[in-house]
Write a protein that binds this ligand. Sequence first.
Ligand code: SF4
Ligand code: SF4
Length: 436
Amino acid sequence: MKTEFSLAQLADPDIAEADKILRACVHCGFCTATCPTYVLLGDELDSPRGRIYLIKEMLEKGKPPTPEVVKHIDRCLSCLACMTTCPSGVNYMHLVDQARVRIERDYSRPLTERALRAMLAFVLPRPGLFRVGMVLARLARPLAALLPTPKAAPVPGLLRRIKAMLALAPAGLPAAGPSGGSVFPAVGERRGRVALLQGCAQQVLAPRINQAAINVLTRHGVEVVLVRDEQCCGALTHHLGRDGDALARARANINVWKKEAEQGGLDAILVTTSGCGTVIKDYGFMLREDSDFAAGAAQISALAKDITEYLAAIPLHPSSQKGDVTVAYHAACSLQHGQKITQAPKELLSKSGFVVKDVPESHLCCGSAGTYNILQPDIASRLRDRKVANIASVKPDMIAAGNIGCMVQIAGGTSVPVVHTIELLDWATGGPKPGL
Ligand code: SF4
Ligand code: SF4
């Protein structure tokens, strides 16, 4: 794609990067076929190619984004299916991330939307506040049910979004899991030492997931540490275009993880929420221009691994075969498109004896996408219903996924139990049956 940035514009490293990405695009449109929003809405401007044009124009003009640009960028799930499909290697992720930052910086949203986004960016990364928020949401749910359900609209209103948010609140919350600073020694001879990302929303909604990871790792000779003073990885605010917050969190985490690696040694930083893993693996890029953090960020990104990526290199010892349990494997976008991890989770489950079924249209997002199911509830619920129907077609006993956001989203549309892949691996190697 031909670009027309001035030399002055190209002196900005972000514009230089955008220029490189835009020039790689040959307008072929292959990406449109796998883009969930184009599949649903059929509008070129809701396709990757259309959005690339919009971003190009916005950056070239150097003017504040128009409402039209914002509408179509906001509808993008950042699912990255387009990157898997693109034959030219266009890095859409870095382009849309940059667009979101510009929108957040230069576009004035309506007051209610600004307030909602500010609240999400403040509460979600803080587990203590998030827990309180979930309790309040649960209490408010009966009241929200009395309110009329607004019709689907091109840009959903506040009431529709609040109702979507309340609908995601669970009936109850489990007790908190172990805190930062905890160390779980390996059982038997130690073969490795890893940090396990504690996460923010996940540690409130489902601490059982990281407990299952600790069980499997220690059972197979790996010491696990929950690093003290670790923060939210920054993914939630990064996807809201609030890079000041996201980069501050990244820097804080780099400091504490590097310290832990120097003091106790770390073979890897393991992540059980693939949305977080994708962003931590991108710290090296996000902080490439920061001379104080660029090297450390690259080092941390190299250490970050999805839990299944790490376990694939360890011979697991299933203690019982689960040949009578059929599992539909839901490939989280951040895992399959963001990190290109497609086979490891399924192979681990198969080797552990589960009957693993691929889900039709597995490349299409379930609609979770961070805060997308709150901010774009109509598209999100259509994607969820489509995903649930595809899953039902393989008649599973259970659904496995590697991302808490997908788990909550899918569970909202089915009665089939939804568990994390690591919970099934824990069960197969001697742990408890997932409590669900
Ligand atoms: S990230 Fe997903 S929703 Fe956004 S343009 Fe690419 S395929 Fe479409
Ligand atoms: S598939 Fe790649 S090269 Fe083709 S239009 Fe999409 S982003 Fe551009």
